[in-house]
Write a protein that binds this ligand. Structure first.
Ligand SMILES: Cc1cc2nc3c(=O)[nH]c(=O)nc-3n(C[C@H](O)[C@H](O)[C@H](O)COP(=O)(O)OP(=O)(O)OC[C@H]3O[C@@H](n4cnc5c(N)ncnc54)[C@H](O)[C@@H]3O)c2cc1C
Length: 312
């Protein structure tokens, strides 16, 4: 039987937390594998990052590329794959993924948050053909089109404002009668002539042929339904933490986030967590990166305390 390579450290997730962990792990010469669905995480979906210290370029893609280049420069190995289950076997871990199984002495999970879906008929069918999940938008593709943004937070408000610059019409659809986003953006948005607010309104179905053509709207106050012609729908209805692959190993809080101590330890020895996936109160790039670095240093101490390990 072929024995798998035993990595020192496997990092699940390639967002700010995972990439910062990779840099710190490699600086400590840990043999490190990053298993991730993408390289950059939520930063790839961010138009503008203007609060990451020292990073003045402001593009989300640019920051993700800088993180990636640094982690690769220090020699972190990357495999694009989905982690489907982590098992603890003795004092080692086996990570099952869509690209095969991998083993390590320690694991850091940094799976972040994934965009929430409406789960209405037609949504899956038109995904990528009119239905967009909080992705950066391509101005040329949207130019002159009728679009709808669904959500009530800052992301939805900012996206509506941005889209109003090149779409013919923007419908901002929100299930409640008031917004969670900040007042300043809301005041600006109210003064834009091609933005229309549809409050107390939900989408119940998406319709079309090869691509999305319309949505069915329901007024939650009156129950009244109507069809609205739209070319594109942007969903900005929040994000969920998905722990299917690791929930059986770690303690979570009431919100379903992994509980960690301030050094990134979880309730499972040798398994660490960092970033938005943890019970940190703030979902921010700098915080995720800081937690990733902390978890990597704690993982290093954990690995080096094992009998027979070489201390540099
Ligand atoms: C639209 C938007 C705007 C934002 N604006 C800002 C801002 O201006 N400033 C700021 O500081 N923060 C901002 N944030 C928040 C910030 O992006 C997040 O807090 C940060 O990216 C969290 O980093 P993370 O590494 O914990 O998780 P994520 O960035 O979510 O990365 C998670 C990674 O794990 C991978 N992954 C998930 N599940 C699996 C699996 N099963 N197997 C393998 N890989 C997996 C994903 O592919 C991804 O690479 C914004 C977020 C969004 C969505």
């Amino acid at each position: 039987m072929v024995r798998l390579v035993l990595y020192d450290l496997i990092i699940v997730g390639g967002g700010p937390a995972g990439l910062a962990a990779a840099v710190y792990a490699r600086k400590r010469l840990l043999n490190t594998l990053v298993l991730t669905l993408d390289i950059g995480g939520q930063v790839l979906q961010t138009e503008k990052i203007d609060n990451y210290p020292g990073y003045l370029e402001k593009s989300g893609m640019g920051l993700a590329a800088a993180f990636e280049a640094q982690a690769k420069e220090y020699g972190a190995e990357f495999i694009l794959a989905e982690a489907t289950r982590i098992e603890k076997e003795g004092d080692a871990f086996k990570v099952h993924t869509s690209a095969g199984d991998f083993e390590s002495k320690a694991v850091i999970v940094t799976g972040g948050r994934q965009p929430r879906r409406l789960c209405v008929p037609g949504e899956d069918r038109f995904f990528g053909r009119g239905v967009n999940l909080s992705l950066r938008c391509n101005a040329d593709r949207i130019k002159g089109k009728v679009v709808a943004v669904v959500g009530g937070g800052n992301t939805a408000l900012q996206r509506s404002e941005l889209l109003s610059g090149f779409a013919a019409r923007v419908y901002l659809i929100h299930r409640r009668d008031c917004f969670r986003g900040d007042e300043l953006t809301l005041v600006r948005l109210r003064s834009i002539p091609n933005v229309e607010f549809l409050l107390n309104t939900v989408i119940t179905e998406m319709r079309g042929g090869d691509a999305l053509e319309s949505v069915i709207l329901k007024n939650t106050a009156t129950g009244e339904e109507r069809e609205l012609r739209v070319d594109e729908v942007f969903l900005d209805i929040g994000r969920d933490i998905k722990l299917d692959y690791v929930r059986h190993l770690v303690a979570t809080d009431a919100a379903g986030k992994i509980i960690t101590d301030k050094s990134g330890r979880t309730s499972c020895e040798g398994l660490f967590a960092a970033g938005d996936i943890t019970d940190t109160p703030y979902a921010q790039v700098i915080i995720a990166a800081g937690q990733g670095a902390t978890a990597a240093l704690t993982a290093y101490s954990y690995i080096k305390k094992r009998p027979g390990e070489i201390c540099y």
